[in-house]
Design a protein around this ligand. Structure first.
Ligand code: A2P
Length: 340
């Protein structure tokens, strides 16, 4: 590890993911020389803590990145699209959590446990994309399966928490639960329907093919990260009234003979994965236990006897940590250690 320290910027610092990015930089002892916190003009006057110090939030502008080495972006797609090129122009490498750059063939899309080698392609545009939260927690357990058995097809259904939508969605679920339990009026502003005590099969916008953008992100991003366009992926993404932690039911069909017992021992060795699979003792991954952790929890491993080679699994992770901020900081760590 080099002893160099870096000037780091966080764009979207006042948001749920941005806040956690700051915490991750601190927790993981990232070699920060200086930290610049950026948000919209609405946040001017706010201060945020890093390593015990209060730092003023500044307005994100085209000139924010002079003398910065690394910028972690989580301020929405439009903001990344507009400002990431200015950062790159100033020699500041961007790790972007939005979907703006993910499918750009020149921009690497990285989950370090799977394709850290792709980080080198940051040289193309000065931008590295952080994948979609649901994709990140799926590709890590899929990776050793693909290497050993060659995945033909994946059928995934998600149970995604409201924190993935941001601060306002957390407040909306909270106020709706209180409203319903207290027989008070409540509103739905962030989601098109009541999210409290409900499940919405609708994440991001609907596309012409009837799928949502979130569902298609899981298809295209999985292929890009696993570097295999032959993998069939079909997805149904559902918002559920959980605050933190995404859960996924994943069915995997492979070319080669696969067994749940073998998969369990493979996943026990996979970095970033923790197997929790003791159903007789009611032990399986749970969103409330995954929240606050950086691991991806896998359980309910079963053979799928309806096809020649298939297994089912239940995968849970903290969408704000491994699904967003931790993954971004892990990318920055590889970048800092190996390339800058
Ligand atoms: P702000 O708090 O000033 O609005 P979340 O996804 O949790 O809602 O957070 C979104 C983050 O992105 C916030 O930090 C928000 O800042 C920031 N953001 C949104 N739009 C812009 C913009 N146009 N310029 C800079 N930051 C933005």
């Amino acid at each position: 590890m080099s002893s160099r320290k870096f000037n780091v910027a966080v764009a979207g610092a006042t948001g749920v993911v941005g806040n956690q990015m700051i915490a991750c930089l601190e927790e993981r002892n990232f070699p920060v020389k200086s930290l610049k916190l950026l948000a919209s003009s609405r946040s001017l006057g706010q201060k945020l803590k890093f390593r015990g110090e209060s730092i003023d939030v500044e307005e994100l502008t085209e000139r924010s990145f002079k003398d910065m080495d690394i910028a972690l972006f989580s301020a929405g797609g439009g903001t990344s699209e507009k400002f990431a090129p200015f950062a790159a122009q100033d020699g500041c490498v961007v790790v972007d959590n939005s979907s703006a750059w993910r499918m750009d063939p020149e921009v690497p899309l990285v989950v370090p446990e799977v394709n850290a080698h792709a980080i080198e392609q940051y040289k193309n545009k000065g931008i590295i994309a952080n994948p979609n939260c649901s994709t990140i927690q799926m590709v890590v357990p899929l990776y050793p399966l693909h290497k050993k058995y060659k995945i033909k097809r994946v059928v995934v259904s998600t149970y995604q928490s409201v924190s993935g939508t941001g601060k306002e969605a957390i407040d909306e679920l909270d106020s709706q639960i209180r409203g319903i339990l207290n027989f008070k009026e409540f509103q739905s502003k962030v989601y098109p329907h009541t999210i409290a005590f409900n499940c919405l099969p609708h994440i991001d916008v609907f596309l012409d093919n009837g799928y949502t953008k979130e569902e298609m992100k899981m298809v295209y991003e999985t292929r890009k990260i696993l570097e295999d366009d032959s993998i069939g992926v079909t997805s149904t993404t559902v918002r559920v009234p959980v605050f933190y932690g995404h859960s996924e039911s994943i069915n995997v069909e492979t070319e080669k003979k696969i067994s749940a017992a073998e998969v369990k021992s493979l996943l026990e060795k996979m970095p970033g994965v923790q197997v929790v699979d003791d159903p007789k003792n009611n032990l399986y991954p749970l969103a409330i236990e995954a929240a606050g952790n950086d691991q991806i929890f896998v359980g309910r491993l079963r053979d799928d006897d309806s096809i020649p080679n298939g297994i089912n699994m239940w995968v849970v992770a903290d969408n704000i940590r491994k699904g967003a901020s931790t993954n971004a900081v892990q990318i920055a760590e590889v970048l800092a250690n190996e390339y800058l």
